[in-house]
Design a protein around this ligand. Structure first.
Ligand SMILES: [Zn+2]
Length: 386
């Protein structure tokens, strides 16, 4: 490592270049995680703090070797120099080492933003790991959900924002009292990912202000139906609407057992996280949907299954008790769902297993009598053959 001549130059994160001389930065800690790395030479443990910093012009990953012992709080602003700049997997990274001096700084020392940088950004422009942007959007959906964080039970608010050309899922850890249809200006958010899709996180540092509805033109794309064949080529989106027919069920479908704390499926009474628990029964179905251009597996939850089949969880539990056959519930679900034409809306993701969706809404399309008749005939012939 060469020693630079003179003091390190203060550089905005957006202007960092890999391989440049070490720089001085002023930036806010977005995320920070402390861990220990085992030295190969002597097996000793070396502490390292890594995460993301942002100065409003860009957000970059950092690694801080031998960081201070006291906690470095998320949201605090630091001045650090000299800091090495390198590139890793195509992205700029900062390294703070033993020569780096870091000290708290005031938010007023952060770089002055240009008008261009302060301008609200279209949702379509936002990329994972971004921070320091302002957006104007409309609340398209919002619901609250209880989650377990460590030993705490917390309420989070999950929803979808939309602007003229895109939408973006968000999770708010603070109650901003958002309502569907409101138009808001949001600053101080952070874009992460959830199941392969972008998701905006809003914590207590976020600023949410109501703005005039005229500032957010209505969405032009929200309810367009997408053929599955097209989804298989591109990436999924947060609010995809598809219409197709149920052509089969995949396991796990039927009665499932879940951990009462985290709702993960249990295995012989054990939760992967909470150990032995008293599981709660639930209904689940992985329905294979075919729209003629491709297939997708849709994870139908208890509320959707109960509405589509007209039978409750208790009905299915009684059925299982009466038949004493573990596959009875799955067979019954397959019989009542097979051939039905459904309209589904929700986030679609694409991975090595193909397309899948956790639909937020499912509606039955018109009942197609020829298909219903065919399904009945198949059921009758299966019954006759057994
Ligand atoms: Zn659990």
């Amino acid at each position: 490592m060469s020693t630079p001549a003179g003091p390190a130059q203060e550089t905005r994160l957006r202007d960092l270049r890999a391989g440049s001389a070490p720089v001085a930065i002023v930036a806010r800690i977005v995320t920070a995680e402390r861990r220990e790395v085992v030295r190969k030479s002597d097996g000793g443990r070396r502490p390292v703090l890594s995460g993301l910093v942002s100065d409003g012009t860009a957000t970059v990953r950092f690694t801080w070797w031998d960081p201070p012992k006291e906690d470095v709080d998320r949201g605090s602003v630091l001045r650090a120099s000299p800091v090495e700049v390198r590139e890793f997997r195509g992205a700029i990274e900062l390294t703070l080492g033993w020569r780096t001096k870091a000290a708290p700084a005031s938010p007023s020392e952060l770089p002055e933003l240009t008008d261009e940088e302060r301008r609200p950004r279209p949702l379509a422009d936002l990329k994972t790991r971004q921070e320091g942007f302002v957006i104007l959007a409309r609340i398209a959906q919002i619901s609250e959900k209880a989650v377990t964080v460590g030993a705490d039970r917390r309420i989070v608010f999950e929803g979808i924002l939309e602007d003229a050309n895109d939408d973006l899922a968000f999770t708010a850890w603070t109650d901003f009292r958002l309502r569907v249809g409101e138009t808001v200006r949001i600053g101080g958010g952070y874009v992460g990912t959830f199941r392969g899709l972008r998701r905006l996180t809003l914590d207590e540092r976020a600023q949410v202000d109501r703005v005039d509805a005229k500032l957010v033109p209505p969405s032009t794309r929200s309810m367009e139906r997408v053929p599955l064949g097209r989804l298989a080529e591109g990436s999924g989106s947060e609010r995809t609407r598809i219409i197709g027919r149920v052509v089969g069920l995949q396991p796990p479908s039927g009665l499932v057992a879940r951990c009462p704390s985290c709702h993960r499926r249990t295995d012989a009474g054990a939760c992967r996280v909470h150990g032995m628990v008293t599981p709660e029964p639930d209904l689940s179905a992985r329905a294979v949907i075919d729209d003629g251009t491709g297939t997708l597996s849709a994870n139908l939850d208890r509320a959707i299954i109960e509405r589509l089949t007209g039978r409750t969880l208790d009905d299915y539990r009684r059925l299982l008790a009466a038949r004493a056959d573990a596959s009875a519930v799955e067979a019954e679900l397959a019989d009542s769902l097979f051939g039905r034409r459904l309209e589904l809306e929700g986030p679609v993701r694409r991975d090595e297993y193909g397309l899948s969706m956790d639909p937020r809404e499912v509606h039955e399309q018109e009942l197609d009598l020829t298909v219903a008749a065919k399904a009945l005939r198949q059921r009758a012939s299966r019954g006759a053959g057994s």
